[in-house]
Design a protein around this ligand. Sequence first.
Ligand SMILES: NC(=O)c1ccc[n+]([C@@H]2O[C@H](COP(=O)([O-])OP(=O)(O)OC[C@H]3O[C@@H](n4cnc5c(N)ncnc54)[C@H](OP(=O)(O)O)[C@@H]3O)[C@@H](O)[C@H]2O)c1
Length: 259
Amino acid sequence: MYGLKDKRILITGASSGIGAGMARVLAEQGCRLVLHYNQNQSGIEKTLADVKKLNEDVDILRCDFRELDSLDAFFQQAWKIFDGLDGLVNNAGIVTKTVALKDPQGEKFSETLAVNLHAPYQLSTAFAQACIDNGQGGAIVNNSSIHGQATCEWFSAYAASKAALDAITKVQAVEWGQYGIRVNVLAPGVVPVERTDRILNQPEMEKKWCNAMPAGRYGTTDEMGHATAFLLSDAAQWMTGSILTMDGGLIARGNYPQR
Ligand SMILES: NC(=O)c1ccc[n+]([C@@H]2O[C@H](COP(=O)([O-])OP(=O)(O)OC[C@H]3O[C@@H](n4cnc5c(N)ncnc54)[C@H](OP(=O)(O)O)[C@@H]3O)[C@@H](O)[C@H]2O)c1
């Protein structure tokens, strides 16, 4: 459907949630996948088993993105698995919820920026350099969030990381367009994942959120996978430096439920 057969794609944070959904959808499209995880060994094994039912060309790699010194070696390993990569999906992230007054020294703030912003910056730069050195183009998808555009209480670290990710996406798109490298953002709204299922499926919570969304329901990890497939594909060839918001209309209505 997206013309992605045999494309070699690195997806970070594929051990659960949206990253696992992206892996399943991209495997269905015939992509060869390098799947990254950090701590969730059983999660990545489940994603791997799901993907293998669709496509045997898949491998996994572990890295803690708080250890920024390890990122270059991690990327080089990922690049070598299929002798190159055609796409990079920067999906791994920490959804930090904290009020600023409880993080006065900014420890959570710094950790959030390391994983959600510095790691994608460094991985994208390594990917672009490798593409340039090999005389090939490439596509990068940065999984940001609607919090990059409109936010609320508890999210100063998270929103700062995602707004900055949106910003560097535009700068990198401008810098790398000349090399045939496209960089875009996927900005999801509320998508239940293992981490949030229990809370979001409580009837009162579901009613509150779904009433705030013109589409009247949560998003799914499969929908995020299809949006990613589109952004990686030639159907989006003229799209770079853009933000694809997928939120059921939540921020268009501009009405976050009160926390
Ligand atoms: N779900 C939503 O409603 C929603 C909405 C907007 C944006 N997003 C974005 O979607 C992305 C995925 O989130 P999710 O909701 O699917 O949550 P999730 O299931 O908790 O997935 C987070 C992923 O990030 C990885 N990760 C966390 N800390 C890491 C670290 N220090 N180093 C390397 N990897 C790390 C996790 O790896 P391990 O578990 O293996 O450690 C996991 O694979 C995030 O960037 C998030 O901001 C989610």
